[in-house]
Design a protein around this ligand. Structure first.
Ligand code: B12
Ligand code: SF4
Length: 433
């Protein structure tokens, strides 16, 4: 008998959440390997195309496919009581899932996507509801939270946990052999406008605040044919915007992103590409910038973090100010809109004393592009999170929350002052937006 598998992307419990091209890509990739070997259903709490939110203007997408989630205010968890912000549950209401389960026949397995470590409360909620309605269904977890918080995740009540990138044990558990050539199972959505692609695995850098070097092995390029098949599938399904989830999309560009984008141009594929997970400015040459614009890149997020050489050298030397300036010049000459180029800078990093954050913000502004403060989340297993133990207990994943850490470390007023300064700098450049 063909096994029945339910895929669930849980709701988010957090101070803030926005649909910045969020899709449960790890889970959809795993399901893709089992295409036509199992019957799949999807319940994505974060799907704004669901009839519950689809007709409401406030949840409509912007021109690039991003938008607000439905949310409900809930009390702050005890350990975050001191944070003067409203805690919320983002995503479809709980009773919609309960109704869904009551109308469906039983499932053999439920796969649940886990994402940020500090979002585990949503996973807990789904496990509770599945257990209540379907006590015999086997619950499988995979993704970032279970990889980074091993022992914490073991106490959540799942039957099987897939950690890291080795998914071999899962095939044995579900009793199905995978087809590794298959793209992610995007057709499981009734209606889809945003998709995700990943051309590479891992990253060659070792930034002290990031978990990627430890979780992924050596940097690798994924089989290009599979990425192109996935792109074609997304286009057939009517997707208009595609976000890359790569950690180092532009590394070894001549073997990865360049042949891919050349093929996009050759096949005359018309979609808009985005890089929310940040590009490394060091690898943007004038030719690559030109190809990216020609192939359909619309927004460019660049990981900058700080203009301080001392800070960059201490945390991994991923990029320096002159490299950012050069990349911006190339992108603008290639035709990218300056207002669609954004440089991220970490807010609340524990070495802020040498980060020169305000000077960095002004430097980004002087390049004529947007700045965006990315709140620092201490990530378990990284050198910087060990240092953060003097401010927060790392064993409770809620304390990795990105809104909370800068407030605990810098204070509410200073955090607000810096965010306000960032807003004013951006407004000065793009006052009409
Ligand atoms: C894409 C991405 C984002 C996207 C959103 C993704 C999403 N859906 O929510 C954006 C750009 C918005 C984002 C934002 C942030 N992110 Co982010 N992000 C990522 C990234 C690159 C991929 C996450 C992902 O979708 N993985 C799934 C797929 C793509 O991974 P995969 O390896 O192919 O999956 C395989 C296995 O893991 C397994 N698997 C994965 N999922 C599942 C599920 C099941 C059921 C099974 C069986 C198996 C399985 O099977 C797959 C087989 O190939 C990770 C780094 C990384 N490489 O994982 C960081 C990461 C998750 N982000 C991180 C951080 C720090 C952030 C920010 C806090 C940055 C900031 N300061 O602004 C924000 C937080 C946003 C918020 N609202 O709180 C941290 C984690 C932080 C934490 N405490 O958990 C990570 C790990 C990067 C890092 N620096 O170490 N992020
Ligand atoms: S360059 Fe980016 S992905 Fe790579 S280690 Fe540094 S922060 Fe992580």
């Amino acid at each position: 008998m063909t096994p029945k598998i339910l895929l669930v992307n849980p709701p988010i419990y957090d101070f803030a959440a926005y649909d910045f091209w969020l899709k449960p890509y790890g889970m959809l990739s795993v399901a893709g390997y089992l295409r036509s070997k199992a019957d799949f259903k999807l319940f994505d709490y974060l799907d704004r195309m669901h009839p519950f939110t689809a007709r409401e203007r406030q949840f409509e997408s912007d021109q690039w496919g991003r938008g607000r989630f439905y949310c409900e205010k809930i009390p702050n968890p005890t350990c975050l009581e001191e944070i003067p912000r409203y805690f919320r549950r983002f995503g479809l209401p709980r009773n919609i899932f309960e109704e869904f389960l009551s109308q469906e026949e039983s499932f053999d397995f439920v796969f649940i996507q886990t994402t940020m470590t500090y979002w585990y409360k949503g996973v807990e909620e789904v496990i509770e509801d599945v257990r209540k309605a379907r006590p015999n269904t086997k619950i499988v977890l995979g993704g970032n939270y279970v990889t980074l918080c091993r022992s914490h995740a073991e106490n959540l009540g799942a039957d099987f946990i897939v950690r890291g990138t080795n998914i071999e044990p899962l095939w044995e558990y579900v009793g199905i052999s995978p087809d590794s050539k298959q793209p992610a199972l995007w057709e499981v959505y009734d209606k889809l406008k945003v998709g995700v692609l990943k051309l590479t695995e891992g990253c060659p850098f070792k930034c002290t605040y990031c978990s990627v070097p430890k979780v992924y092995g050596k940097f690798k390029i994924r089989p290009p044919e599979r990425s192109l098949d996935e792109l074609e599938l997304l286009c057939r399904l009517g997707v208009e915007n595609i976000a890359f989830y790569d950690d180092a999309l532009l590394f070894e560009a001549e073997k990865g992103v360049i042949p891919f984008l050349n093929e996009v141009v050759k096949r005359n594929i018309k979609v808009s590409f985005h890089s929310p997970n940040a590009l490394n400015a060091r690898f943007i040459t004038s030719q690559l910038a030109e190809l990216m614009v020609r192939a359909g890149f619309k927004t460019f997020y660049l990981g900058f973090e700080s203009a301080s050489q001392q800070w960059q050298k201490r945390t991994g030397s991923k990029v320096f100010s002159n490299e950012l300036a050069q990349a911006v010049k190339y992108l603008i000459s290639a035709g990218a809109e300056p207002s669609n180029i954004t440089a991220y800078q970490i807010l609340g990093h524990p070495h802020i004393d040498i980060q020169q954050l305000e000077a960095s913000m002004r430097f980004v502004n002087s390049l004529g592009i947007r700045g965006m403060l990315a709140d620092f989340s201490p990530i378990p297993g990284t050198p910087d999170s060990e240092y953060c133990r003097r401010w927060v207990g790392m064993d409770e994943p809620l304390m990795h929350n990105k809104t909370a850490f800068p407030i605990i470390f810098l204070g509410f007023d200073e955090t607000n002052r810096l965010k306000d300064l960032q807003r004013r700098l951006n407004r000065k450049l793009f006052s009409n937006q």
